[in-house]
Design a protein around this ligand. Structure first.
Ligand SMILES: [Zn+2]
Ligand SMILES: [Zn+2]
Ligand SMILES: [Zn+2]
Length: 256
């Protein structure tokens, strides 16, 4: 299974529009972060994208993705859903609807945001999305691969993370219940959000993310959903303990 980081930035991305800070002005390509998303490529060539944020169109073009088999949505914040309309390019090419896995709460929000795609009247050219509800702790399958949805809390909002074999993707977490931690225990590779060093009401800080990774005993952890306030990629990397890395856009990792 291959994981491609399509975006590793927080809601505004990095650089932030009109920001003159050293991170936003950095020439290191690893400091250019689109909105957070990954693509999971199964060994049978099934392509699954987790979240379709505002940069979804460009992310698909940049990685030259030629087919899409499923979308998983972690939660309904715009930096994770705003690009969903562009799924229609795949609808057109594949001549089929795309399954969109998410909680009922997330689906209700998608139905409001993209009301025209769910109305009685089917206009030509609009996205065809097949909503498939998921429930925390209840395994579902895409192709032959099992996915365990794992609930984490984003201040008061429930967000779905996913465990896929020995890989897990957790974004927009601030607190994680014991039950959810037990489902993550012992993953080889963890991707987890870490916004910045300073405390934040709805996101893990660097220290919180590191502590979390240690508690679930992940072998290798990649931090994502990074703010420009966190610092330059190279500077953050220097401060991290062994086994903890910072993800960057277009990083590709192969996992079991
Ligand atoms: Zn977010
Ligand atoms: Zn900045
Ligand atoms: Zn969010």
């Amino acid at each position: 299974m291959r994981i491609t980081f399509l975006g590793t930035g927080t809601s505004q991305g990095v650089p932030v529009i009109a920001c003159q800070c050293a991170v936003c002005q950095s020439t290191d390509t690893r400091d250019k972060r689109l909105r957070a998303s990954i693509m999971i490529q199964l060994d049978d060539d099934t392509n699954i994208v987790v979240d379709t944020g505002p940069d979804f169109r460009y992310q698909m073009l940049r990685e030259d993705v030629c087919h899409l088999d499923a979308v998983l949505i972690t939660h309904a914040h715009k930096d994770h859903t705003a690009g969903m309309d562009d799924v229609r390019a795949f609808n057109y090419k594949q001549q089929q609807s795309i399954p969109v896995y998410g909680t009922v709460l997330t689906h209700e929000s998608l139905k409001r945001e993209f009301y025209y795609a769910f109305g009685e009247q089917k206009y030509p050219g609009m996205p065809r999305l097949e909503l498939r509800p998921i429930v925390a702790g209840e395994t579902f399958r895409v192709s032959t691969q099992s996915f365990i949805p794992i609930e984490v809390m984003h201040y008061k909002m429930p967000v779905m993370g996913f465990r896929i074999g020995n890989f897990a993707y957790i974004t927009d977490a601030k607190t994680v219940s014991e039950e959810s931690r037990s489902l993550l225990k012992g993953v080889d590779t963890l991707v987890v959000n870490a916004l910045q060093e300073e405390p934040h009401i709805s996101h893990f800080t660097k220290e919180e993310a590191i502590t979390f990774a240690e508690e679930i005993e992940a072998k290798t952890t990649y931090l994502t959903h990074i703010s420009h306030r966190f610092g330059k990629h190279a500077d953050i990397e220097r401060t991290l303990p062994e086994g903890i890395r910072v993800a960057y856009d277009r990083l590709v990792i192969d996992v079991q």
